[in-house]
Design a binder for this molecule. Structure first.
Ligand code: ATP
Ligand code: MG
Length: 183
């Protein structure tokens, strides 16, 4: 599994549709302070289903929508699409047969949030499901942001356990058991 591209539109500082391509296994985003590097990481976490505005450095979920600048008016919606190469079938469930998987999230000013998998509308859960156990997810260890190492070191045993279970591939089975028990 490899992230091939990120398509941003109306998300934070990316008001115009922008595609960021990652043609190889190693990519690097460089630029001056405030140019939007961290916004790209926020975008990845957001599509994965991040539901805490605080974790995206905002106060409300609609804060991710471009809110205007000196020359531009605020706009009505934000969307992000992540395109993954899945030729190795890492991304799970019924989607493992797809060589390419595109996950998309869209939010409008009235707070309506929609998710799409390969162009078809789906639930948030469908997105979180296919990434369970892959190490990728809104709070997974694939994204190591500023301050995360010290947070990990200082975390309580039960918080640390969540990371270890994800790394060991147990989390998806635990999630399924929880679902079954709740039925
Ligand atoms: P640094 O090198 O300091 O970490 P960075 O490249 O990571 O900087 P970001 O934090 O990604 O920068 O981007 C910050 C910019 O994004 C700020 O200029 C901020 O005004 C802008 N921004 C954030 N949210 C929005 C929004 N909803 N609408 C418009 N601009 C936004
Ligand atoms: Mg930054």
């Amino acid at each position: 599994m490899r992230l091939k591209s990120i398509k941003l539109a109306g998300f934070k500082s990316f008001v115009d549709p922008t595609t960021v391509n990652f043609p190889s296994n190693l990519g690097c985003v460089v630029g001056p302070n405030g140019c939007g590097k961290s916004n790209i990481i926020d975008a990845v976490r957001w599509v994965m289903g991040e539901s805490s505005a605080k974790n995206l450095r905002g106060e409300n979920m609609t804060d991710v929508i471009f809110n205007g600048s000196v020359n531009r008016k605020p706009i009505g919606q934000a969307s992000i699409e992540l395109v993954f190469d899945n030729t190795d079938g890492t991304l799970g469930g019924e989607y493992s047969r797809f060589a390419e998987i595109a996950t998309k999230r869209r939010v409008t000013r009235d707070g309506q949030s929609d998710y799409f998998l390969n162009g078809t509308k789906c639930r948030r859960r469908d997105i979180t499901d296919i990434f369970l156990g892959t190490g990728l997810g809104p709070r997974s260890y694939s994204i190591i942001e500023q301050g995360m190492i010290s947070r990990l070191i200082e975390s309580k045993p039960e918080e640390l356990r969540v990371f270890i279970e994800e790394a060991a591939g147990i989390s998806k089975y635990k999630e399924r058991r929880r679902e079954t028990e709740n039925r």
